[in-house]
Design a protein around this ligand. Structure first.
Ligand SMILES: *Cc1c(COP(=O)(O)O)cnc(C)c1O
Length: 419
């Protein structure tokens, strides 16, 4: 056991399988006393994701989007690896800087900032920040004379799971050049262009289109005397297996950089959120109740009336980690933590624990029969899950169990000042 911040981390002598580890933990619980849900957090996996980024996009500095998951160990490990951070509020700035990350490794990437937070950023000397409207320039001119502004343009993959451009980003052709002029008139320093193609991007060409606009706008900005040396590619990178793989997106981006910014001296950055946060967190929830029902109650199909179905109630739901079903438009799929003896499958519903019928985790799922006290396992549960979870109805958040292998601890983490 070692400490990262205030959190205990289990150090294992050998490489481990997360699901097997979850089984060992579950087996050792006395369910009469403690059947609470938990997450296994693999720090090796965080490091693996960081290395994958460095391998595929070595020319782009990642600034982890903290809103995705503010877990203190995740933040400290990324800080140790040299990651930058994308913060959107005073609180997020403080979370990151209080682990010892310096202001030059932060971007305040919220185009519509609270005035007192701008003053706070000024005080802590956070300079890089985004804007997409003239009113924000007026606010910043008054409150933060050292700000280094990055103009956010709207370039969207309309098929992304969570498009963001309804709310943020200006039109790259009609509006962006006017905002560069406005910044010049207000005496605000602009240093680059940013975009976010949408979280859960499905169409990698959106990055290429955005980079082409960024190139044009850099030239326009340079015409006003701005240095325009930062290109911020935002987020949208998948957190796990996805029909548009990270490798594919990375290739499109590398080619677009070669085309639009050859031999560039520019500083290339991005703000991946789910790319780092999703895969390292696996949720294990307990079945606190199981009821046999006619299959037709679940399938709404009269003809299924003779067969049995099952309704299970687990101790995490949409008011907890599974809020991602509502807010992040994803459908997590889990399965029994332990292999079952019988292959026979029944139509099943997995409910969350609260007294709200909205609290539905998985519907009409074909699954073998489980009992009260059995465990369900959900991988890839780190992105946009705990960050927006509540304890509604008195159901606690899962506890975090952090693990890593000994040689990774010794070689990469132990001596970091962020630990
Ligand atoms: C949410 C957000 C991100 C992270 O998006 P992912 O799709 O999780 O990578 C990055 N930048 C900004 C400005 C965001 O709002």
């Amino acid at each position: 056991m070692e400490l990262i911040g205030n959190d205990k981390v289990g150090i294992l002598s050998e490489k481990f399988d997360v699901k097997q580890l979850a089984r060992d933990i579950a087996t050792n619980k006395d369910l009469q006393l403690n059947d609470s849900s938990f997450m296994v957090v693999s720090i090796d996996k965080i490091i693996e994701r960081f290395q994958l980024w460095k391998q595929q996009l070595p020319m782009i500095e990642p600034f982890y989007a903290v809103k995705c998951n503010t877990d203190p160990v995740l933040v400290r490990i990324l800080a140790t690896l040299g990651c930058g951070f994308d913060c959107a509020s005073r609180e997020e700035i403080d979370i990151v800087m209080n682990t010892g990350v310096t202001a030059d490794r932060l971007i305040y990437a919220n185009p519509c900032k609270t005035r007192s937070f701008i003053a706070h950023a000024m005080q802590r000397d956070v300079r890089m920040m985004t804007f997409d409207n003239a009113e924000e320039l007026v606010k910043v001119a008054k409150l933060h004379p050292n700000a280094e502004m990055i103009l956010r343009i709207a370039v969207s993959d309309p098929t992304a799971t969570c498009p963001l451009n309804l709310k943020f980003g200006c039109d790259p052709v009609l509006v962006a050049p006017q905002l560069l002029k406005k910044a010049y008139d207000e005496g605000v320093n602009v240093v680059g262009i940013s975009f976010h193609v949408g979280s859960g991007c499905n169409d990698a060409t959106a990055y290429k289109v955005a980079l082409q606009h960024a190139k044009n706008l850099c030239e326009i900005g340079e015409g006003f005397g701005f240095k325009m040396d930062i290109i911020d590619m935002g987020g949208g990178f998948p957190g796990s297996e996805h029909k548009n793989s990270f490798e594919n997106i990375a290739q499109v981006i590398r080619e677009a950089i070669d085309e639009f910014f050859p031999d560039t001296e520019k500083r290339l950055i991005a703000e991946p959120g789910r790319f780092f946060a999703a895969a390292p967190f696996s949720l294990v929830a307990n079945i606190i109740h199981a009821t046999e029902v006619p299959a037709s109650k679940i399938t709404k199909n009269e003809k299924d009336g003779g067969d049995s179905g099952y309704m299970y109630y687990i101790n995490d739901g949409v008011y907890g980690s599974f809020n991602c079903i509502l807010f992040d438009h994803v459908h997590p799929t889990g399965g029994p933590l332990f292999d079952q003896d019988s292959d026979q499958k029944f139509v099943s519903t997995i409910w969350g624990p609260t007294c709200d019928s909205l609290d539905l985790v998985e519907d009409k799922k074909m699954m073998c029969k489980l009992q009260v006290g059995d465990w369900m396992y959900y991988p890839d549960m780190g992105a946009y899950t705990i960050a927006a979870s509540t304890t509604f109805n008195g159901f606690a958040r899962p506890s975090m169990i952090y693990v890593m292998t000994e040689n990774v601890w010794n070689s990469k983490i132990k001596d970091s000042r962020h630990i």
